[in-house]
Design a protein around this ligand. Structure first.
Ligand code: FAD
Length: 354
């Protein structure tokens, strides 16, 4: 028998964005539940590669209300430390997170929104969607994808260099994931080819997450005040020179080749006919917002994007989007940046349900 339950607000997703929303909803005295598809706390941080560390020191990676504790011996904490912090955060603030509960679809239901899950149905007066991007890897269309006889992986599936020991690997992508994974593999693989669509743009070595947050904040202030767009973080470069990337770069191990034009059975081929053999290709080509559960609401406009004003969805103001990137608030896809849009979303839905 299908179980039906109701609450004022359903938060979909129990990663950092969902928890930040929960923190503010609780402070506002709103009745809510967080539904999270993972079996354990920590969102995407549970699944990143072993060597991943934050861009910023702990104090600059904190959610509202609770400073992230320092990780002994690490200026910038690792992903396991973030998972432990998130686990502690939801316990400390007694956030009602139900796991594992996957939301299958959000539907209009008269005055309410109906949230269908794999373990029953919820009815709510508002929904905050905070499902992140990790669950929707993006792979570019490249000719010959089907003919390559080796292994295809995405960033989301990469864990550690020893899985590739003695193999020939091509890493595709000139962003942070591509640079970090290339740096990780540079010492163990038989042959590493790092491929980027434009020459890699390293940020200055002294720019870490703190400086990036300041730049993002300055941009937000300029835009809020109606001043010219400062260009934000993207104007500085693409790759944060975290210590392993810096080291591999300085040893000359991070030399990038231009993007190849097609895949061939044994590897890849450039337009001049040059080939590189490969056993595996790791596509560090980004992610897209995981929004399939919102499909029943029919909200996608031109270019497939849902129109928002702040975090509120223009065509369905009972729905807010949180944590998907600048689209739903500057720096909202970062630990320190999600606090402000989470507070805004919580205040708006509190007004709706009162
Ligand atoms: P997630 O952590 O993905 O959490 C979303 C949750 O929603 C998950 O638990 C998921 O299972 C759940 N979910 C998804 N779909 C459903 C559904 N249909 N029903 C129910 N639950 C669902 N940020 C920083 O601040 N500092 C950094 O140094 C930093 N480094 C990063 C490095 C990498 C490689 C990446 C990819 C990101 C990094 N970020 C960093 C950005 C950001 O902090 C993370 O991506 C973070 O995980 C985003 O949190 P989130 O809550 O938005 O999403």
């Amino acid at each position: 028998m299908t179980v039906h339950r109701s609450t004022d607000v359903v938060v979909v997703g129990g990663g950092q964005a969902g928890l930040a929303a929960g923190y503010h909803l609780r402070r506002l005295g709103v009745d809510f539940v967080v539904l999270d598809a993972q079996a354990e706390p920590g969102g995407a941080w549970q699944h990143t590669w072993d060597s991943l560390h934050l861009f910023s020191p702990a104090a600059y990676s904190s959610l509202p209300g609770r400073l992230m504790p320092v990780q002994p011996g690490q200026e910038c904490p690792d992903a396991a430390h973030v998972v432990a912090y998130l686990r502690d955060y939801e316990k400390r603030y007694e956030l009602d997170v139900r796991r594992p509960v996957r939301v299958l679809g959000v539907h209009r239901d008269g005055e309410l929104l109906r949230v269908d899950t794999d373990s029953g149905i919820w009815r709510a007066r508002a929904v905050i969607s905070a499902t992140g991007t990790w669950w929707r890897p993006f792979l570019p269309a490249v000719p010959g994808r089907g003919v390559f006889g080796g292994q295809h992986l995405h960033t989301a599936e990469y864990r550690r260099p020893r899985d590739f020991a003695g193999r020939r690997v091509i890493v595709v992508g000139g962003g942070n994931s591509g640079a970090q994974i290339a740096a990780d593999l540079a010492y163990d693989t038989e042959l590493l080819t790092w491929v980027t669509t434009r020459p890699p743009r390293f940020l200055a070595d002294d720019i870490d997450g703190r400086a990036l947050f300041d730049v993002a904040t300055a941009r937000r202030r300029a835009l809020d005040a109606g001043r010219a767009d400062t260009g934000g973080v993207a104007s500085l470069g693409d790759i944060v020179a975290v210590p392993p990337v810096r080291e591999a770069r300085d040893r000359g191990l991070l030399k990038a080749s231009p993007m190849f034009t097609r895949l061939v059975p044994g590897g890849v081929e450039w337009s001049d006919g040059t080939r590189a053999e490969a056993d595996a290709i790791i596509w560090c080509t980004g992610f897209r917002p995981a929004l399939s559960h919102l499909a029943p609401l029919g909200l996608r406009g031109r270019r497939g994007r849902i129109a928002t004003s702040g975090t509120a969805v223009v065509d369905e103001p009972r729905l807010h989007l949180l944590g998907y990137g600048d689209w739903t608030g500057p720096a909202s896809a970062t630990l320190i940046g999600v606090g402000r849009p989470a507070r805004d979303a919580a205040r708006k839905v509190a007004e709706l349900v009162r």
